[in-house]
Write a protein that binds this ligand. Structure first.
Ligand SMILES: C[S@@+](CC[C@H](N)C(=O)[O-])C[C@H]1O[C@@H](n2cnc3c(N)ncnc32)[C@H](O)[C@@H]1O
Length: 238
């Protein structure tokens, strides 16, 4: 059965923009440029750190973050990684092709991020397996950021208010131009993904606190591509 990982490989072989290939709408391209700063702050990324991005896409985060780290490694589908070679001009970047956690990585890292990736797991059990495996590669006192988790309860709270309703109307209007010649994300229809809710977010916090990690839910600035409806979880290793 085809997975989201395979579909992103397919998108990478298309002529769509890097923003579409990173799972965002073209109308979010400016907002996308703000994500790396937010991720760097949440990771507490410093020049001496080694960084791993799992599901790095075409490099919207990996390239700017690599410039702020001692060394950066990206993992993704081989056809997706082909774009990074063209985009990352500075910083030391290692690319490893494969589906996590099925592959074995050669190193451990001070900082790990999986941004806008976990909802592409086939179910919640796969999300926990992914995080458990990522923690095996985290150095002591390292941080793991699980970024851009779409929380359906958070989205419902936002859309219930006047600001959310106005945002939704404006979004639908802007989307008319975006999909005028077809919707590139149609290719995801029928692909199994994992949804998040308040209960699942809290379950993750509880699970990793019990495992010995200080674990926090962090809000996103609303200026980010999905800042109104998504949130992040950060784990601090002991
Ligand atoms: C929405 S894109 C996000 C890309 C990048 N993190 C960003 O925010 O710009 C999700 C990426 O995760 C990758 N991905 C999904 N499942 C994966 C897995 N199991 N292992 C590695 N990469 C995966 C996809 O191929 C895709 O490139």
């Amino acid at each position: 059965m085809k997975s989201a990982f395979d579909v992103y490989g397919m998108l990478a072989r298309s002529d769509y923009s890097p923003t579409i290939q990173a799972g965002r709408r073209n109308i979010q391209a400016d907002a996308e440029n703000l994500v790396a700063d937010d991720v760097a702050a949440k990771l507490g990324l410093r020049p001496e750190h080694s960084l791993l991005e799992i599901g790095c896409g075409p490099g919207a985060l990996l390239c700017p973050l690599a410039e702020r780290a001692a060394q950066a490694t990206g993992v993704d589908h081989p056809d997706v990684l082909a774009h990074i070679r063209a985009h990352c001009k500075k910083g030391e970047v290692t690319l490893i092709a494969g589906r996590f956690p099925e592959l074995t990585l050669p190193d451990t890292y001070d900082r790990i991020v999986a941004y806008s990736v976990l909802h592409y797991m086939t179910d919640y059990a796969a999300v926990e397996q992914f995080i458990d495996a990522a923690l095996q590669y985290l150095n002591p006192r390292g941080r793991l950021l699980l970024g851009d988790l779409p929380n359906s309860d958070k989205a419902a709270r936002f859309r219930a208010g006047e600001e959310g309703k106005a945002f939704e109307r404006a979004w639908q209007e802007r989307m008319k131009g975006e999909v005028a010649h077809g919707d590139p994300f149609e290719v995801f229809s029928g692909i199994a993904t994992c949804s998040f809710s308040d209960e699942r977010i809290m379950r993750l916090v509880s699970r990793y606190r019990d495992a010995g990690y200080d674990t926090y839910v962090l809000p996103q600035p609303v200026e980010l591509p999905y800042g109104h409806t998504r949130e992040d979880i950060v784990l601090y290793a002991p």
